[in-house]
Design a protein around this ligand. Structure first.
Ligand SMILES: [Zn+2]
Length: 271
């Protein structure tokens, strides 16, 4: 599943290609995505200039002169910039053709992705309005993490992955951030000290930053904006390294299951 770093990598790859460009046409081949692409959408966006390509959580936000397109990659989607006459392949669902001759082409085998148009302020859209703080935003800091962990018995890793508390920290990044912060993933959230909360905020940001720089982790079916794979995966400390020596101390990495997801940690480095 594309996670926040992959979406941000896509945004950074596409932004220079779309900014200031006019939309020639929106051609929809398969409207049955997670939500049906509305019939009137092509007419609403054609001829409009793209002002900015932003992101909120895992939504790409194409700010137009009037309104905003919200694009979500779902479980298996990717969007790439290709010459508009590039032959389509299976699971290509729409082309947003630009006046430059490039098309943003959306491919999504499982069709959990979505394309929505909103007239109003995008952050007021029902899908975005209730979202928790961004990991890089000022609202996600040591005080916030310390406060939200106080009375929660849930494991800290599961709290980190709860998108109602902070968005965009998926399984890989939660495992890696907890390793860097030297905190065991199974600990009750309420046992975190203030210093550990600060360390964990820093670690979450560091792990995500590194993944974005590397172009996402490229697990399974993700491709970057230019179709190139990312290299973050080679730098993982614990994720999917069960039984292998910890890169810091050499102790074999352990694995456990939390909320049906695999968690990896070093029993010696993480307390
Ligand atoms: Zn270790």
């Amino acid at each position: 599943m594309p996670e926040l770093p992959e979406v941000e990598t896509t945004r950074r790859g596409l932004a220079p290609l779309v900014r200031g460009r006019r939309i020639a046409t929106l051609t929809v081949y398969e409207p049955r995505l997670r939500w049906r692409v509305t019939r009137d959408m092509p007419a609403k966006v054609a001829g409009q200039r793209i002002v900015r390509l932003g992101r909120r959580a895992k939504y790409l936000l194409l700010a137009l002169e009037s309104g905003t397109l919200l694009l979500h990659l779902g479980m298996s989607g990717n969007v790439r910039a290709v010459p508009a006459d590039t032959p389509r392949v299976k699971h290509d669902h729409f082309d947003l053709v630009l006046d430059s001759g490039l098309a943003l082409r959306f491919n999504d085998p499982r069709r959990f992705g979505s394309l929505l148009y909103t007239n109003g302020e995008p952050n007021g859209h029902p899908l975005l309005a209730g979202l928790a703080p961004e990991p890089f935003g000022s609202a996600f800091d040591a005080d916030y993490l310390f406060r939200i962990t106080r009375r929660r018995r849930v494991a800290i890793k599961q709290l980190l992955m709860n998108s109602r508390l902070v968005v965009g920290v998926g399984n890989i990044y939660a495992s890696e951030a907890l390793f860097r912060a030297r905190i065991r993933p199974g600990r009750q959230a309420r046992t975190l000290s203030r210093a550990e909360s600060a360390r964990l905020v820093r670690s979450v940001r560091a792990v995500l930053t590194q993944a974005i720089r590397a172009g996402g982790t490229t697990l399974r079916d993700y491709l970057g904006a230019d179709g190139a794979p990312g290299y973050f995966r080679q730098r993982l400390y614990v994720y999917e390294r069960r039984g292998k020596p910890c890169r810091r101390c050499g102790t074999p990495v352990r694995a456990m299951t939390q909320g049906q997801r695999s968690t990896y940690y070093c029993p010696s480095c993480q307390k």
